[in-house]
Structure formats: C-alpha cells, structure tokens
Design a protein around this ligand. Structure first.
Ligand SMILES: [Zn+2]
Length: 842
C-alpha cells in the first residue's frame, strides 16, 4: 500500500515555530487512493481535534468508538468491565456486515479448530481472527491514538479489497489496553502542551511527574499480567482471548525517543522453549509485511534484537503458548507532542502513523497468511493431543492443609485460563505430603492445553541465554507457597470444578470466654485488622498449645470476651461478619485451660491496632509501592496512608505504628528526611524497608548490615561482549528456597519450614552469628526456578533476605526481596503482615 506524504510540511511547520496543530490532517495517516463512506464520522468531528493534535483522553476515545460503532454495520462494541477508576474496558469486533450477523457461529467454528474433530473443518473457508491492542503502557500513547484513525479506516474505507478482507477476517480491536494510564498521561501531555509546540527535551511536557502514566491505577505494569491475571483490565481481555483464540495478537508500545521502530521477531536465542519453532517462522513472515509498509513511508525500523519472547505474562508472548502469534511493536516515543531526537525532529503524528501502518500491515499479513495461520493453530492443539498420551506426568496436585484461600486463588487463575481442574475425592498422601479434600486441586495433563499448564507449573533452571527482558521464573505453586507434586498416576478425583465455591469461614459457636483462630489462612490479617479497628483487643500466642483436641500453632490469635468495650453478643456478631467469605474459622473457647500455655499466659502478647504509612513519590519505586497499596486496599481492606516524599517533611508521623519504604529509585530520599524517620523510629515506630533500602538503612545506622560484595572481574571479555557479560549478572527475577524458623513471629502462619522467595536484586547479606537472629535464611543451593549467574549463586548460598534490628524504642525490618511481587506472589504476602502486626514482639 502507498501512503500520502505529509512529513515534510509538518517538519517545516515545526521548525519555523508555527503550531503544527492546523497542519495535521487525517489524510496524513490514511492510505491514498481510497474512498471513504461520508456517513461515517471522522475522529475530529467527534473528539474536537485532529488525530495527533492533542493526546486523546480515554473519555474521548470511548466517545469516538461508541459513535463509530453506532454508525457502522461493520462494528460491534462491547463494554467488558471496569478499570479500578471505573473506566469501561471496550472491545470492538470488526468484520463484514454479513459476518456480524452470524458472529457466534463463526466464533464457535473458530474455537472448534482448537478441539478434537478439527480435521473436519476446512481452514480455507474460515475467517482469521486478529486481536489488536494498543498502549498497554499509558504513556506510550501513539498506539491508542493511531487506533482512532485505524478504527475510522476499518469503518469507512470503501472498495472491493477492504470488503473482501473484512469478509475473511474478524478483528478484535482493544482500543486502550490501559484506560487509567492513558487518561493520566493524556492529561499530563495536554496540560503542558504549548500552542507553539516546543521540541526541547527539557520542557516539562516531556517529564511526567511520579508515578507517570505507564501503569494502571495501582501502578502495576499491565503488560506483565497476562498469565497471573490479577487485574481487572487483564481479566476482561483474557476472557476475550479464550472466547476467540486469536491467530495474531498485536501489542503496540513505545520505547526511547532516540530509537526507531521495532517489530518482532526478537532475539532468536531468547524464545521460551515451549514455543514451537514454527511460531517464530510465522512471526518472521508477518514481519516482512511490516518491513514493506515501513519502507513505503521511509521509516527506519529493526527486528531480531533487544526484545525477547520469554515471559508468557506479556501480551506479545502469551499467544505463543496458546496456538497464536504474538507481535510486539515498539515505536520511538515523542512522549509529548514533538521532540528533538538522534533521528531528527520526532513528532507525535509521525509516531502515530508508524503504528497505523503496522496495524494495517498486520491486517494484510493476516489476510494473506490466513489459511497458514489457521492450520498452524489447528496443528498446535492437535500435536498436543497426539503427544500427551505418552507416559510421563499425568497431572499436578496443589494445596495447603491449613490455608484454603491460596489454593483457591491459584485455582481461580486456572479457571480464567480455561484449564480444567478437579477436587480430590478424599484426603491423599503424595510424596510425603497430605493433600486435603476441599483445600487441594488436581490438574490433569490430559486436556486442551498441557503446554500452558507446564508454562505455569514447571521449574526451569537451565537456559540457552543468560539475558532476560523480564523475569526468568514464575512457577505458580512456588509463588503461592503451596504444597504440590507432579504425578505419574492420578489420585481419585471428582467431577471437574465448573464454578469455584466461594470461600467459607465463620465462628463455630458463641463463647462468653474467648475466641481463637490460627494464623495460617491467607485472609487472617483482614479479620484481625477488622476487629482491631472496631476497638476489640486481641493477643497473639508465641507458643503452640492444644485444646479440645485442636492444635493451635504459633501465631494463634486470641480475643478475650471480658474487658472489651463490646458485649458478648456484639463480639460474636462482629466475628461472624468479619470471617464470612474469608476461609478463616474462628473457634469459641469455653475455658482458658489448655495443653500448653493457658489463655491468660504471658506468652500471649497484645496486638496493637496498626496505623500504616507508605512512602510514595519521588525517590520511591512506584511498582513496589503500588503492590503494597493494592495489597492493603484490595486484599486486606486495611487503610494505608500514602505519604509523598515531597510532603514527608511537613507530616506529623507520631500517630503511625509502621512506615514502609518500598524501595528507592534514583537517589532515594534526602538526609533531612532520613533524620526525621530515624527520630520517629527512636520513639517506637517500626520502619519496614525493602530491597535497596538496605544500603540506606546501613548508612544511616538504622541497621548494621554486612554485605557480600561483588568480586567479579571481566576476563577475556571484549568490548562487544561487555553488555552480555554485565547482563548475565542481573538477577532479573528468579525463585529461591529459604529455611525458616517457624517459632519466630516473622514466620507465624507458615506451616512448612521451607519458603520460596522471589528475588530481583543482587543484595546479599551475611547471616548473624546467633542463629535465632536468622529466622529466614537461604539454603546452601537455593535456586528453585529461574536464572542466576554462577558468581551470584555462590553469594546467595546461606545468606539472609531479612534483617531485624532495634533502634532505641523502635524496630527496623529489612526485606532484601520483594514479598508482594505483581499481586500474584500470595505465598509471601504474610511476611509483610507479620512485620506489621507482630513487629513489636520480634
Ligand atoms: Zn511498553
């Protein structure tokens, strides 16, 4: 296809300091020689400005897409749910009008291609399904803005070619993968835009304030959530994915301003081994269409470098383990409206046009490769059906004897991915571990997509490449800290679970004496916080005991009935309300006499009502901060005050029991703020620091740490090899085994003395000489899954990921690892909760 050139006159306009706004026309983006249906509204007629003149806000994007769908019989629009900020998660289904009328039949036939009996279907007669998604990173907006022109083109373009193409394909258009982030960034770029566009990179327009528009409401990177599906936006799109099984899925991003344009395939050595070779061949063939289209408008580009196809939680990689082809696009970002770059002046419209032409070349590739792509998809699933009858692993079992919620949440992920699983018929022992009916699930490999199951459950410790764009391990049962086993023979299982029963929980009887609950269930912090906030007093058991044939582990919470400000009836009702739906079972005790410590023993310590502050803002890692905010706010219903580092100096901290520093970014926080926090700790506060706060805590004498230093020297490494050499030392995200002392309050609620931790730093701390001061310690060969360099593997051996110290009347707790990673590391969330509720007794 040929394109109409307007770059030249745009450049003239910008270089002479004139506003580019009136010079941009829709024709700049659109292919030439096509007529358009005048009944279809153009973007500017609805949103009030030309595409690229301003950054489209999500509100206006929605307005245009709805108007377009109402005007076009090629488009159906669907509202698939809400973001955290209540924005609609839209989907446009675009195809020929005659296909729209039998869309459900076409969808069922398409799905049939992935099932047994697919050989009866003729792919040559079937439409190809293309899922096109834009700007999952909100501050990479050229994709979503290109979507305006692209949707217009699809609705309005006339002629036999486009009509034939639309008959042969179904386009699922996701106009904004990240509505909240797009809105945030558009606000920034527009409010700082001068009427006379200014390409000076120092302008405020190009330097968003913290946390920036990349992430969603809770500052999550949405492009890491395709596999864990913890966020509402991902949940909507994963449902669409499994409704349709698209043949191609595209993911339009931006990268640094001085770059050009990237399309996949990426680094050939960095493809996940479960992805078939044929997938990369097809990716390369699709790439030839992008190359041709970009050649046609004179845009520079590259592929087979920088980016990889490894972590299946990314939009461009997830389809690769599901019989489709994922394509990543990366456009150099103007980040605002116009910027100077190594490649000359980079205008926002130019970035939009590259995204537009590659959206169109995707369509062209899909159309030309239609039968091939459909056959590939059919064969992908048929091959799995044909090979899985061989001997080997028949299934996976996972569960936790004392915590139903973590297993439930992993099962929920399986359900979202249409992976079949079953409950046990009875309690079963496998590899020395007991799996309980109702708290364990079995996943047979004999089902539609065993590759996806492997991708989620396997441990992998050998790799062909030592560089990873993202994490190298995500083994779900380890992230959830569940007992699990791969089985060569399946135990007795019941029917497949079609709907997960909601978590139960409750109180087993009213008591006039005391209530008890163990600390193992995932949602115990929610229950405990709920009752403390209502003014109830509670205590925690530092020793184990038993009563009425029930055993109570370390960390059991006891609520006496006497001496409270509530009546016995009110307490009973409150505990029922709080525990309902959490999985937490509360026992009404009729006596204080136990086997072991009695309920009046000094070994029960009072629990204080927490008031928690979280440092956010400049100098703080926004991902880590967002994970903690999300954990408190959405899982445990706990209030957490986000204190901005710019405001900290003026804040009265005296009311806070705990303050969390999620990890520093850049230069961290000032000396003055360090002094203020130190003073607050001296007066009895608990300061909880993560990851690279280690050096800061040590320097400010809040903790005395001994670091295992890096001694690695480059030997026989050439200049060309240096970045690979350095990259190989990065621990980008892998899983390691620790040994835990279960009697220590930091480990209350854990049932095993082994706990997997996620680590993405290279901070290695020497253990204390006193073993009781090392409640969590890496084992001697701790790598469970993922990549670590040989050098670092030596350093981690026997080191400690946790340090607890006293500073005058206060406490300082350091985690070198992220215990809240990306909302799916359920297994270590309790460590932070233990630091909050039990920090004072450590
Ligand atoms: Zn991106």
């Amino acid at each position: 296809m040929r394109y109409f050139y307007l770059t030249f006159c745009c450049l003239i306009a910008f270089q002479t300091g004139m506003s580019g706004q009136e010079r941009i026309e829709l024709s700049y983006y659109l292919p030439e020689g096509i007529t358009y249906d005048p009944a279809i509204p153009k973007p500017s007629e609805v949103i009030g400005h030309e595409v690229g003149a301003w950054h489209v806000t999500h509100d206006k994007l929605v307005q245009y897409m709805q108007t377009l769908a109402a005007a076009s019989d090629r488009i159906q629009i669907e509202d698939r749910g809400r973001t955290f900020e209540d924005r609609p998660v839209l989907l446009l289904t675009i195809t020929a009008p005659e296909n729209q009328e039998r869309l459900e039949t076409l969808r069922r036939d398409h799905l049939q291609l992935t099932e047994t009996g697919a050989s009866n279907l003729n792919p040559a007669d079937m439409p190809v399904v293309v899922y096109q998604g834009f700007s999952i990173h909100g501050n990479e907006p050229s994709g979503a803005n290109a979507g305006l022109a692209y949707a217009y083109y699809l609705a309005a373009a006339q002629g036999p070619e486009i009509e034939k193409m639309l008959r042969d394909m179904i386009i699922l258009m996701d106009p904004s993968f990240n509505p909240d982030g797009l809105q945030r960034f558009a606000y920034w770029a527009n409010t700082n835009r001068s009427m006379h566009l200014n390409p000076d990179g120092n302008d405020r327009e190009y330097h968003e304030v913290w946390p920036g528009g990349r992430t969603n409401h809770y500052w999550f990177d949405m492009n890491r959530d395709w596999l864990p599906v913890q966020l509402p936006e991902s949940r909507a799109r994963i449902k669409t994915f499994h409704d349709w099984y698209p043949n191609i899925l595209t993911d339009h991003h931006e990268m640094g301003t001085d770059a050009t344009f990237f399309f996949q395939p990426g680094e050939p050595s960095r493809v996940h081994p479960l992805t078939p070779g044929r997938n990369q061949e097809l990716t390369a063939e699709i790439g030839t269409y992008h190359a041709k289209a970009l050649d046609g408008i004179g845009s520079l580009y590259y592929s087979e470098e920088d980016y990889d196809d490894y972590y299946y939680g990314k939009g461009s990689t997830f389809p690769d383990v599901n019989g489709g082809i994922g394509i990543l696009f990366e456009q150099a970002s103007s980040r605002g409206h116009i910027q100077e770059s190594e490649n000359g002046i980079l205008t926002f419209p130019f970035t939009i046009r590259n995204q537009f032409v590659t959206a169109l070349s995707t369509m062209e590739a899909a159309w030309n490769m239609r039968t091939k792509l459909l056959e590939y998809q059919r064969d992908f699933f048929a091959d799995m059906r044909n090979t899985k009858t061989k001997k080997g692993t028949r299934g996976v079992i996972f569960g936790d004897a004392k915590d139903g919620a973590r297993a439930w949440h992993l099962a929920e992920i399986l359900q979202r991915h249409k992976i079949r699983f079953h409950e046990l018929r009875s309690d079963t022992e496998i590899d020395g571990k007991t799996f309980h009916q109702g708290k364990s699930y079995v996943v047979p490999m004999d089902q539609k997509n065993p590759k996806l199951i492997r991708a989620m459950f396997e441990k992998r410790t050998t790799f062909t490449d030592s560089l990873f764009y993202d994490i190298s391990a995500w083994t779900f049962p380890l992230a959830f800290n569940l007992d699990y086993a791969e089985m060569t023979r399946l135990p007795e299982i019941g029917e497949a679970v079609s709907t997960l029963k909601p978590l139960q929980g409750g109180v087993d009887g009213q008591s006039a004496y005391a209530y008890l609950f163990e600390w193992h269930e995932y949602y115990t912090p929610k229950v405990l916080n709920g009752l403390l906030q209502k003014g109830l007093r509670a205590k925690v058991a530092k020793e184990r005991f038993s009563m009425d044939e029930n055993k109570y582990d370390y960390g059991t919470v006891m609520i006496p009935v006497q001496g409270q400000t509530m009546t016995s009836d009110e307490i009973y009702t409150l505990l029922q309300d709080l525990s309902k739906g959490t999985g937490v079972q509360i026992h009404g005790a009729q006596t204080g006499k136990t086997m072991g410590i009695d309920l009046g023993s000094r070994e029960f310590d009072p629990i204080h009502t927490p008031k928690v502050g979280l440092l956010v803002g400049n100098g703080i890692q926004s991902y880590d901060a967002g994970e903690i905010w999300h954990l408190f706010d959405t899982r445990y219903d706990m209030k957490i005050t986000k204190i901005d580092t710019d405001y900290l100096n003026r804040a009265d901290l005296s009311g806070y029991t705990d303050i969390i520093i999620p990890g520093f970014r850049g230069s961290g926080i000032s000396e003055q703020l360090a002094e203020k926090l130190k003073e607050w700790v001296s007066e009895g506060g608990t300061l909880i620091g993560y990851r690279n706060t280690a050096q800061w805590l040590d320097k400010n004498e809040l903790l005395d740490l001994e670091f295992r230093r890096d001694t690695l020297k480059a030997e026989d490494i050439s200049f060309e090899q240096r970045s690979a050499f350095q990259g190989a030392q990065v621990t980008g995200g892998a899983i390691f085994e620790t040994r835990t002392d279960r009697s220590h309050p930091i480990n209350f609620g854990y049932t095993n003395d082994r706990l997997p931790l996620f680590r993405n730093t290279n901070i290695y701390l020497e253990p204390s000489e006193n073993s009781y001061e090392n409640p969590i310690q890496y084992t001697s060969t701790p790598l469970l899954s993922g990549y670590i360099s040989e050098e670092n593997a030596k350093k981690i051996s026997g080191s400690v990921p946790l340090k607890i110290g006293k500073h005058n009347r206060g406490k300082v707790i350091l985690f070198t690892d992220n215990t809240n990673f990306r909302a799916f590391w359920y297994g270590t969330n309790k460590l932070l909760m233990n630091a909050i509720f039990f920090g004072h007794i450590m």
